[in-house]
Design a protein around this ligand. Structure first.
Ligand SMILES: Cc1cc2nc3c(=O)[nH]c(=O)nc-3n(C[C@H](O)[C@H](O)[C@H](O)COP(=O)(O)OP(=O)(O)OC[C@H]3O[C@@H](n4cnc5c(N)ncnc54)[C@H](O)[C@@H]3O)c2cc1C
Length: 399
């Protein structure tokens, strides 16, 4: 009998397993994947997320892998360009975009080092219920052997198509349809900083990553996918030319594509009911938003910490488990609300008139641009950044 079983061992699952094991609980983490392995995701991490890794003692290991430091960011909307970088956020004055093959392995190692049992190549097929409460899992190892395990709580950290959510019938709320699709790949021969640039109905993201590669991603509105697919390479370069011509030139002359294109039609934005008798959800399983603002990994870390703290309260008997889990969901929703709204709004690739005026003003104001990058990096909430009195000052100064 375990105290907790965690299904999924990536950005949300391994940290939850690690944190519970560090508090002395008996933890099993399972994943049908084996590690190191990749997953469909670009991988810019906010300074807020890096600060979590530092607090957990895992950041030095990541930096030692040679992931390039990003110290300058350019965000643009059509002709408005906002460039700069945030002041240090919780002591973190750089950011990184590590390959998931590297990051997820560090997280899995962290869970193991904390004393959690991590079972790779193990696919969960069923939840075990007793009197309406989840009490365990049934699944198969890579060799086909079926195993049953029991725990006081089963945590679904199993991503946006969460098996656990389906098995317990967890309902979605606050759903916002996705707007875009993405194609991304890895290139050698380029020297760039971080770029997130929005053109007319399309976007390009550029991040330096491991092994002297640059991750280049283009996004377009979903209805353009069939047309894009007809000539992926040509359309990929055409979007770069339309939005950042100088980069497009470098891409065409010096960039060598080192990987296939990874496509995805973005899943919808949503929150999900994230707890019930004997179960909880964390990471994308419980709350998912468009990748445009690069929140997913850092949110997975932040709410893994929050869930581990609340589950510890429940397991130790300090607070009834149901109350502890309700508090987890309440706090997660309250904390993430403004960034969720901002993400849904900007992922239309069409700024509202108010946001357009704010971007225009930011383009000419280095001090406020720093604060904007603090919001992007997770050092300031949307409520703080967009506070009416601050916006009045910014817009007044630019009038
Ligand atoms: C195209 C794209 C680009 C993105 N770019 C960024 C970015 O730049 N920055 C950022 O912060 N976020 C980004 N994100 C979001 C980020 O990838 C996710 O938020 C993050 O991976 C969520 O982590 P997770 O642990 O919740 O889920 P996942 O990473 O999806 O991991 C879930 C794990 O559960 C396992 N699993 C599922 N079902 C079972 C089962 N039945 N049995 C056993 N194991 C199971 C899977 O094998 C998997 O390993 C992007 C996402 C996409 C799709």
């Amino acid at each position: 009998m375990y105290d907790a079983i965690v299904i999924g061992a990536r950005c949300a699952g391994s940290p939850v397993g690690m944190l519970l094991a560090r508090r002395g609980h008996r933890v099993l983490v399972v994943d049908r994947a084996t590690f190191p392995s990749d997953t469909v995701s670009t991988h810019y991490i906010q300074q807020r997320g890096l600060a979590r890794l530092a607090a957990w003692g895992l950041l030095d290991e990541l930096v030692a892998t040679g992931v390039p430091a990003i110290k300058h960011m350019t965000v643009s909307y059509r002709d408005i360009v906002i460039a700069g970088f945030a002041d240090a956020i919780n002591g973190i004055d750089v950011t990184y975009a590590p390959r998931r093959t590297v990051l997820d392995q560090i997280l899995v190692n962290g869970a193991r080092a904390a004393g959690a049992e991590v079972r790779e190549g193990f696919a969960v097929r069923e939840l075990i219920f007793e009197d309406g409460k989840v009490v365990g899992i049934r699944g198969a190892a890579a060799d086909g052997e079926v195993r049953e395990e029991h725990a006081r709580i089963v945590i679904g950290a199993d991503g946006r198509n969460s098996f656990v959510a389906d098995a317990v019938g967890a309902q979605r709320y606050h759903e916002v349809p996705a707007e875009c699709f993405v194609y991304y790949s890895y290139f050698s021969g380029l020297r760039t900083d971080f770029h997130s640039r929005i053109g007319v109905g399309e976007q390009i993201g550029i991040w330096p990553t491991h092994d002297d590669r640059t991750l280049v991603a283009v996004m377009r509105k979903a209805e353009a996918m069939p047309e894009f697919r007809a000539d992926v390479e040509g359309n990929f370069h055409a979007i770069a030319r339309a939005i950042v011509p100088e980069f497009a030139e470098e891409l065409a002359t010096h960039g060598k594509r080192e990987d296939r294109f990874h496509p995805m039609r973005y899943p919808d934005n949503y929150y999900r009911q994230s707890y019930g008798p004997g179960w909880a959800l964390v990471g994308d399983a419980g709350y998912h938003k468009d990748p445009l603002t690069g929140l997913g990994i850092s949110d997975a870390f932040e709410y893994a910490q929050l869930l581990a703290d609340r589950v510890h309260d429940g397991l130790s008997g300090d607070v009834p488990m149901a109350d502890a889990l309700a508090e987890y969901q309440r706090e997660r929703d309250a904390k993430s609300h403004s960034s969720f709204e901002f993400t849904c709004s900007i992922s239309t690739l069409e700024l509202t008139p108010q946001l357009h005026a704010v971007f225009r003003a930011l383009g000419g104001d280095a001090r406020y641009a720093k604060d904007f990058f603090a919001m992007i990096g997770g050092g300031m909430t949307g409520e703080e950044f967009f506070a009416p009195e601050r916006m009045a000052k910014l817009l007044g100064a630019s009038a």
